[in-house]
Design a protein around this ligand. Structure first.
Ligand code: ZN
Length: 68
C-alpha cells in the first residue's frame, strides 16, 4: 500500500500547503495573509447569498397569505 498523500492547496494562490497552521474553514492557506484573504472571501460570499435571499423575498408581494 502506498502512503496517502493528502496534499492541500492554498485557495488563494494554489500553492501546495504542507503546514496546517493556517487552516480556515477546512481549507489550508499557505500563509497568514492568504488565510485572512480566504476568510474575507468566504464572508463576502455569505453576505452576498444573504442579500440575494432578501432580494427574492422582497420581490414577492406580501398579500400571498393563505386563508387570510
Ligand atoms: Zn497562498
Amino acid at each position: 500500500m502506498t502512503v496517502q498523500t493528502t496534499e492541500k492547496y492554498c485557495p488563494i494562490c494554489g500553492k501546495p500547503v504542507t503546514d496546517p497552521t493556517y487552516n480556515r474553514f477546512g481549507e489550508f492557506a499557505c500563509s497568514d495573509g492568504h488565510a485572512e484573504e480566504y476568510v474575507k472571501e468566504v464572508r463576502a460570499q455569505k453576505v452576498q447569498a444573504h442579500a440575494a435571499n432578501r432580494a427574492v423575498q422582497e420581490e414577492r408581494p406580501p398579500r400571498q397569505m393563505r386563508g387570510g
